[in-house]
Design a protein around this ligand. Structure first.
Ligand code: G4P
Length: 290
C-alpha cells in the first residue's frame, strides 16, 4: 500500500495562496530537513514559479548534517533561490531570514516599497515555532485589512519588511511513493491514512542501508547482528529487545513499529535524513514512468 493522503480544503488554500502571491516579492518555503523534497508542496512550487525563493531546512537538529549540506547546495544551484538550515534552538532566526530575503529581492525595501514575504509550509514542519521565535517583533493580526484573509498573520520584522503567514493549510500532496512513506515516518501524515507496521518497515529498509550503525547503537545490537538483515528481521529483533512480545513468544510487530517510529521522530535513533538529492531524482523519475 502506498500512502495516499490528500485531505480537503486544498482548493480553498490554492485560491487564497494565489491571491496572496500577487503582491509577494519572496516566497519562503519551510521544509523538514529530514525529508526536504517530500515535505515540499508541489502545488506551491508550481504557483510560485518565477518568484525568488528561500528554502528553509527546518529541524536541522534532527537531520544528518552532511546530507543537509547536500540539500542546501542543491537548492542554491537553482535560479533565484537561497537555502538556509534552521532549528528551533536558534535564538534570532529573523536576522538571517531578513538578510537572505533582502539579497533575493535587492530592488525592494525602503518604506515606499516594503519587502513582502510569504512563509509557507506543510503542517507540523515547524512554522508556528519559527514564527513565534521571531515574534518579539510586532505581530499584526490583519483580519480587518482589505485584501488580507481573516486570521492571516502579518509580522512586521523590520519597518520595511512584512512577513505574511500562509492563508489556509497547505497539505502535502504525495506524488512520489517514497515521499509518502517519508512523510508518514516523520509524523506529518494522519495515523488513519497509514499502516504503521508498513511505514516502520520502509523506514528500517532505509536505515539498514544508510544508518546501520545508528540503528545498532540505539537498540544495543552489535552491528554484525544486522548484517544481511531484512527490514522485517530488524523489526523482530527490535521488538524482542524492547519486550514487545505476545503470549507464546511471538513478536508484537505493531508495538515494535510504534517504537521504531517514535524513536525516529524524537531523534532518539540519531540525526537521520531519509532522502538524498540524487535518490529523490531517481524516485521522481520512477514515479513519472509508473
Ligand atoms: P506547524 O506550525 O508547522 O504545524 O508546526 P509547529 O511549529 O507546531 O511544530 C510541530 C512540532 O515540531 C512541534 O513539536 C515543535 O516543537 C517541533 N519543532 C518545530 N521546530 C523544530 C526544530 O527545529 N527542531 C525540532 N527538533 N523540533 C521542532 P510537538 O511535539 O508537536 O510539540 P512540542 O514538542 O513543542 O510540545
Amino acid at each position: 500500500m502506498a500512502i495516499q493522503w490528500f485531505p480537503g480544503h486544498m482548493n480553498k488554500a490554492r485560491k487564497d495562496v494565489a491571491e496572496r502571491l500577487k503582491d509577494i516579492d519572496v516566497v519562503i518555503e519551510l521544509l523538514d530537513a529530514r525529508l526536504p523534497a517530500s515535505s515540499a508542496n508541489p502545488m506551491l512550487a508550481r504557483m510560485a514559479k518565477g518568484k525568488p525563493r528561500l528554502m528553509i531546512l527546518n529541524k536541522q537538529d534532527l537531520a544528518d548534517p552532511a546530507v543537509t549540506e547536500q540539500w542546501l547546495a542543491w537548492y542554491r544551484a537553482r535560479k533565484q533561490t537561497e537555502a538556509l538550515g534552521m532549528d528551533a534552538g536558534e535564538r534570532a532566526p529573523a536576522q538571517r531570514l531578513i538578510a537572505a530575503c533582502r539579497a533575493l529581492a535587492p530592488t525592494r525595501g525602503g518604506l515606499e516599497k516594503p519587502l513582502r514575504v510569504l512563509i509557507c509550509g506543510i503542517p507540523n514542519v515547524g512554522k508556528s515555532t519559527l514564527i513565534n521565535s521571531m515574534s518579539s517583533r510586532k505581530i499584526a493580526k490583519t483580519g480587518n485589512m482589505p485584501g488580507v484573509t481573516k486570521n492571516e498573520q502579518r509580522i512586521i520584522l523590520a519597518d520595511d519588511f512584512e512577513l505574511y503567514d500562509t492563508p489556509g493549510m497547505l497539505w502535502p500532496k504525495i506524488e512520489v511513493e517514497e515521499g509518502g512513506y517519508n512523510l508518514a515516518a516523520s509524523g506529518a501524515v494522519g495515523r488513519n491514512a497509514m499502516d504503521e507496521e508498513e511505514v516502520a518497515l520502509e523506514l528500517l529498509k532505509y536505515l539498514l542501508v544508510h544508518y546501520r550503525a545508528e540503528l545498532a547503537a540505539r537498540y544495543k545490537f552489535d552491528v554484525e547482528a544486522l548484517d544481511g538483515a531484512q527490514d522485517w528481521q530488524a523489526l523482530e529483533l527490535i521488538g524482542k529487545r524492547r519486550g514487545a512480545v505476545l503470549s507464546g513468544g511471538r513478536i508484537n510487530m505493531q508495538k515494535a513499529a510504534e517504537i521504531v517510529l517514535t524513536d525516529f521522530r524524537d531523534g532518539q535513533t540519531g540525526r537521520i535524513t531519509l532522502e538524498r538529492p540524487e535518490e529523490w531524482l531517481e524516485w521522481e523519475k520512477r514515479a513519472k514512468i509508473l
